[in-house]
Design a protein around this ligand. Structure first.
Ligand SMILES: [Fe+2]
Ligand SMILES: [Fe+2]
Length: 340
């Protein structure tokens, strides 16, 4: 064996690596609970391709119902399909900031799950409305209305994306994660409701599995926040109050109906949205009624409120649902953190 080379005067220390940077490598574990959730996420992985797709046939629905289902999944995709990119970016951020290893791994697992949720949108649309959401030519008035609404929806999704890109670098972990937590609370609530309402086995299994994933995401957010919240300052607290209102504005589009004045939509959007949602409803997709949705959303928000108030964070007023709190008047597209 060759001899080691030991320089005179000792080894030269490697230069310090400028931060943020993913180097040097390390695998610190500070929160065992997060490591356990990550292990669980690996054991619970499922494959959207294995859902009983043969049981989903376009012939089971009228044309209007098929269009309604496609429309609902196109709306869902505005949320769930932003998940992979949102959490992939958060994962990179966690590496660069040298968060403990289970934080990085949990973000990665959410990225993985959200890719599955996006695939569910993709597969359903491909089966029921080839070319959807937008790459098809509408003929009837109903089709034109659906196509146009989806175009407007994605225009808004695009506006919110810039805000998120800036937010990842701008906001501290507790601000970002309160928004994430609200998104996961909304998502788990939505899919639990849909799983109980659907009359179709493919959607039943899909919503159940997605709902289970979303509950795990919520658990991840809560565990991270329990570490982060004790150090909050009043400035950050009031920023969080604002972000909770932004979360409501954003998530209402899929959980209920978009509130006035924030989404950039044409005046006919909502009326046509209601017609299309009704077609999805009569198709047996599991879309709850307007009142059931409002009640579900109210319950989810009460849960978020109970959590944040424990840490001295005030809840924003949500007059749309008769929820009292601190008035937050103006939300900018840049304030929206698109997460689900
Ligand atoms: Fe999701
Ligand atoms: Fe999620």
């Amino acid at each position: 064996m060759a001899d080691l080379t030991i320089p005179e005067g000792g080894f030269w220390p490697a230069p310090e690596i400028p931060q943020p940077n993913i180097y040097p490598m390390e695998w610190r574990v500070e929160t065992e609970k997060l490591a356990a959730i990550y292990e669980k996420s690996k054991r619970m992985v499922w494959n959207p391709a294995d859902l009983p797709w043969d049981g989903l046939s376009p012939d089971d629905f009228t044309v209007e119902q098929r269009l309604g289902i496609m429309y609902w999944f196109a709306v869902l995709a505005n949320f769930d399909a932003s998940g992979p990119a949102v959490f992939a970016r958060a994962t990179i951020q966690a590496f660069e900031k040298h968060e403990e290893d289970p934080v990085r791994k949990c973000f990665f697992s959410i990225t993985r799950d959200e890719m599955n949720h996006e695939e569910c949108c993709q597969r359903t649309i491909a089966k029921l409305w080839p070319g959807g959401p937008l790459d098809w030519t509408p003929v009837t008035d109903l089709e034109k209305a659906a196509h146009n609404n989806i175009g407007w929806l994605y225009h808004n999704g695009g506006r919110y994306w810039n805000g998120y890109t800036a937010a990842v670098g701008k906001y501290s972990l507790p601000v970002l994660f309160t928004s994430f937590m609200m998104g996961e609370m909304a998502a788990s609530t939505l899919f639990r409701g849909m799983a109980s309402g659907t009359r179709h086995p493919v959607f039943g299994e899909m919503f159940q599995r997605i709902g289970r994933d979303e509950s795990r995401h919520l658990q991840i957010c809560m565990t991270i926040l329990e570490n982060e919240w004790p150090g909050l300052t009043d400035d950050v607290r009031s920023l969080i109050t604002r972000q909770l209102r932004a979360g409501f504005v954003f998530l209402s589009m899929i959980l209920w109906e978009p509130p006035e004045g924030f989404w950039d939509l044409p005046p006919y959007f909502l009326a046509n949205h209601r017609v299309l949602m009704d077609h999805a409803r009569t198709a047996g997709l599991g879309v709850l009624s307007y009142e059931e949705q409002a009640e579900n959303w109210r319950v989810a928000m009460a849960r978020v409120r109970a959590i944040v108030e424990r840490w001295g964070i005030e809840f924003p007023a949500i007059p749309e649902l008769d929820i009292e709190g601190v008035p937050v008047d103006f939300i900018d597209p840049e304030d929206i953190i698109p997460v689900f």
